[in-house]
Design a protein around this ligand. Structure first.
Ligand code: ADP
Ligand code: ASP
Ligand code: MG
Length: 424
């Protein structure tokens, strides 16, 4: 017998038939003698619809900007998961499985008060564990918890993955299975490169880079939690036949295991390629080259909660003026430009230029630590396709390249193939 957490994403619960199919997966694990908690997302498209509704409402106009109450945003967008948790509990009961639904506050899943992007602080697993022992399945609404203000807080887009891993850690589950619409983690997004290969295993650190650099198969925070709490996490498909042989294999269910580096015997130099679209570049021309300038530029960005990514600063030719370029999500460009204008005097620059519609393509692999020439291979391959590189950043295990968004898919396919990742 094992204790497992099963998470089902939006496509897996997109309609009543699929919810019924999910119930069959759950029933299989219960019949195999396991204690089960299930975490569900909202039906596919539902969260987007709820977010759009909130954004279409009239806003309060304040001194600096117009806004809506983030606590009410959370009250609205958390509802999608509440619907699916209730429906799945009903489907399970109809199959003769003892189950009940749980909202975040009922457990409780306690979060901080950053509404819309809250972090889980603590989960009290006592009641869940008590009920496991009676054989009851907990069907938990993902993506939500309760803040210190006693109001619903949501965990940021894709947050149900994080709910699942955090619950697995809290109840000391043997395994956390993330069921989605692909049968594991691939060397790159299989929707863009049909030739991508499914990995049997991927190291936490690589998965963390893949997720933070754009592979949306797992929310970044869920990978961090799995790594810290050593949760055995599998990514697998909800579209596999629930009753196929091997589906309840306790140690090795079908899918990709996210694990410690040491568990991977044959480590490739490059493991995967990730990409993120909708990046924008902002350049400040002829910025004063003196101490404190970076602080003057990026302080106001942080205050406005703008996530600055790549930063490139030229060496000053005459020792007094230089150019500075950085990237932000396209959605934040206007806000960033406003912040810069407000601080123009303090920073001291001639002109500011911006460009949206860019993409960041990244090459990831732990093996890069000990192999030279990985970056050069990428640059040469992109040059051969006449793709212009606008900025580059590197770390020990990744290289990120900023390019024109129109070439994103070509760049992903090119890099995927140049590092020998294509399925043979
Ligand atoms: P869910 O609704 O189940 O949470 P998501 O849409 O959030 O599912 O994540 C699954 C999607 O992630 C896949 O359909 C796939 O297109 C995308 N994806 C991006 N990169 C990868 C990758 N490297 N491996 C697998 N899937 C990936
Ligand atoms: N439903 C939420 C979203 O679409 C959370 C999730 O699916 O993980 O972002
Ligand atoms: Mg997701």
């Amino acid at each position: 017998m094992a204790r497992i957490v099963m998470k089902f994403g939006g496509t897996s619960v997109a309609d009543l038939d699929r919810i019924h199919n999910v119930a069959r997966h759950v029933k299989r694990e219960v019949e195999a003698g396991n204690q089960v908690a299930v975490v569900v997302s909202a039906m596919a498209g539902k969260t987007n619809e709820l977010v759009n509704w909130v954004q279409s409402m009239p806003k309060v106009t304040g001194a600096k900007a117009s806004f809506y109450d983030a606590r009410e945003y959370d009250a609205v967008v958390a509802s999608g998961e509440q619907v699916t948790s209730g429906l799945l509990a009903i489907a399970l009961q109809a199959m003769g499985v003892d189950a009940r639904s749980w909202h975040g506050w009922q457990i409780p899943i306690k979060t901080d008060n950053v509404h819309g992007a809250a972090r889980i602080l603590d989960i009290d697993g006592t009641e869940l564990i008590r009920r496991f022992e009676t054989g009851q399945v907990a069907v938990i609404a993902g993506f939500q918890g309760v803040g210190p203000d006693n109001r619903i807080a949501t965990l940021g887009r894709g947050g149900s993955d994080t709910s699942a891993v955090a619950i697995a850690a809290a109840v000391k589950a043997d395994r956390c299975d993330i069921y989605t619409d692909v049968d594991g983690v691939y060397t790159t997004d299989p929707r863009i490169v049909p030739n991508a290969r499914r990995m049997k295993k991927i190291a936490f650190e690589e998965m963390l880079e893949m997720a933070s650099l754009g592979a949306k198969v797992l929310q970044v925070r869920s990978v961090e939690l799995a790594m810290v709490h050593k949760v055995r996490t599998f990514v697998r498909s909800s579209f596999d036949d629930p009753d196929a042989p091997g589906m309840s294999d306790p140690l090795n269910p079908p899918g990709t295991l996210i694990c410690d580096e040491e568990e991977i015997v044959e480590q490739e130099v490059v493991t995967g390629i990730a990409y993120a679209k909708d990046e924008a570049q902002i350049s400040l021309r002829r910025v004063a080259d003196r101490p404190g300038v970076s602080a003057a530029v990026f302080g106001p960005m942080a205050e406005a909660h703008i996530n600055v990514d790549m930063i490139v600063q030229n060496i000053s030719e005459d020792g007094s003026r230089t150019d500075m370029t950085f990237t932000v999500p396209s959605a934040d460009v206007d806000k960033a430009l406003q912040q810069l204008e407000k601080s123009r005097e303090r920073i001291g620059f001639d002109v500011v230029q911006s460009e949206t519609g860019l993409a960041k393509v990244s090459v990831i692999g732990i093996g890069m630590r000990s192999h030279a020439g990985v970056a050069a291979t990428a640059f040469k391959a992109l040059a051969e396709k006449s793709i212009n590189i606008k900025a580059i950043t590197t770390s020990e295990i990744k290289i990120s390249i900023l390019i024109d968004g129109a070439y994103a898919e070509l760049a992903v396919r090119t890099l995927h193939s140049v590092y020998g990742l294509d399925k043979s």
